[in-house]
Structures are given as structure tokens and as C-alpha cells.
Design a protein around this ligand. Structure first.
Ligand SMILES: [Mg+2]
Length: 146
């Protein structure tokens, strides 16, 4: 038996698969409906940073035990896969969603189409070339898109 809560009644109908545009509109509708900030960009950056910290804390608290060196070696050799990286995915999933939702709201407040921004950046990143420094760090090859 499913239970309908006030939250279910108030939740907007979202398309499946969810689009950036629909998610962005839902985030802003929720902010307006609950009287949250929709205009102060500086404040919204603060909230986004707070959510990133919450995500990091959730990951630290719910990550799986680091695999042994032998297990990592077996995974590198594709003999045995690593176990799941999270012991308890729920809290990390929820905090990741908070980060994404605040980013979507920030994009809306800035008048940006988040889906277009992500699509454009994926295309730019695909064009990028990287080189490896002697210490192993990979850096972007000069003269390529920013
Ligand atoms: Mg949070």
C-alpha cells in the first residue's frame, strides 16, 4: 500500500527521463513556493558551497572500506572487480542531488540554460588535448579550447 504524503501532493509532475530544463523549472518553482532565495546570487553560491561540504561529509561517512593493495591490483588486471565504492549510497545520493539542485537553481538565477551549458562544455572537453608532466600530472595542452 502506498502512502500519499503532503510532499507527494505538492511534488511537481516531472518528465521521464528528467530533462535539465524541467529540473531547473522545478527547482525554481520549489524555491518560489517555499519562499526561498531566487534573486541573491552571492547567497546562492554560499548555499552551493555548503551543499558540496555536506556531500563530502556524506561520502567520508558512508564510503566503503578502501580495498587492499592486492584487491586493487586484481582490479587493475581486470581479474576481479572492486567492490562498490559506497557502503551506504542513500545519504551520498541525497547530498549529490542537493549539489546538483543548487547548481541548477544558480544557473536559473543567472539566466543560463543548464542543459545547454553542460552540452556545450561536454563538446569543448571532447576537443581538449592533454599532456603528462614528468611527475605524472596531466595538464591541458596549450592552444586548445579553454
Ligand atoms: Mg544537503
Amino acid at each position: 500500500m502506498s502512502v500519499i504524503t503532503d510532499g507527494d501532493l505538492l511534488a511537481p509532475a516531472l518528465p521521464r527521463p528528467l530533462t535539465f530544463a524541467a529540473a531547473q523549472a522545478a527547482v525554481m518553482a520549489n524555491k518560489r513556493g517555499k519562499g526561498f532565495n531566487t534573486t541573491d546570487v552571492e547567497t546562492e553560491f554560499g548555499y552551493l558551497l555548503e551543499e558540496i561540504a555536506e556531500l563530502h561529509r556524506a561520502w567520508r561517512q558512508h564510503r566503503a572500506r578502501r580495498p587492499s593493495a592486492a584487491r586493487r591490483a586484481l582490479a587493475r588486471l581486470r581479474i576481479r572487480p572492486l567492490s562498490a565504492p559506497l557502503a551506504s549510497p542513500g545519504p551520498v545520493r541525497d547530498e549529490l542531488a542537493d549539489v546538483l539542485l543548487f547548481a541548477l537553481g544558480l544557473a536559473a538565477m543567472l539566466g543560463l540554460d543548464a542543459g545547454h551549458a553542460v552540452e556545450t562544455k561536454i563538446r569543448i572537453n571532447a576537443q581538449r588535448a592533454y599532456r603528462q608532466l614528468p611527475n605524472g600530472t596531466r595538464v591541458r595542452h596549450a592552444g586548445r579550447p579553454a
